[in-house]
Design a protein around this ligand. Sequence first.
Ligand code: HEC
Length: 203
Amino acid sequence: MSENNIIEEFKSTEPQKKQKDVLTGHTYDGIKEYDNPLPGWWLYLFYITIAWSVVYMFYYHFTNLGPSSADEYVMEIQKANESKAGMGIATTAFNFDDVKITNDPAALNEAKDIFVKNCVSCHAQGGAGAIGPNLTDDYWIHGGSPANIAKVIYQGVPEKGMISWKNIISNEQIVKLVSYIKSLRGTNPPNAKAPQGNLEAEN
Ligand code: HEC
């Protein structure tokens, strides 16, 4: 096909059915093949996409002008982490051995609010125990050290009905909850649930 022909074809806006059918001359089992040109509008679009892809590759992949898919991924992860941090949700691993009990009344009050909102449905007011165990006695199923209590709250015991709170309550708030639970020891709330687990001497 000569260069002139291509240009002519480009400009052709004539509907295809009005064009004269051209045969390739190939015959396969009696089936003949047309050699009609593609419609001009179709070809234009096709060449525009090729030109566009070059610009696109250059802009997004070969230069730093626009973000590549990998850059966009990193940016979105970063954004999600930031918004998670804004909601006070744990994005970092919990170092259970670092849990330090606080006696700060503001922290204990905040923890009490969290406990009332999220925990009393199973552990009852004041941690007396209902579906979940009594949290005021010296008996612990999973250990009564601050690290163990934090671990149970963070990881949960899903198969026993205690969910993991790590995506709902921040690490910092879990530390306060542990302090609050520790402060309940020996409070003898009314209707306290019978002890479960092992007796542990207070450390
Ligand atoms: C849907 C019910 C439910 C809710 C809500 C719930 N728990 Fe529990 N929790 C349980 C059950 C059941 C267990 C006992 C798990 C087992 O038998 O291993 C448990 C165990 C625990 C233990 C370990 C007790 C032990 O003896 O070792 C702690 C600590 C605890 N929960 C704290 C909390 C805190 C804090 C919250 C609120 C943020 C909470 N739980 C919310 C059901 C619940």
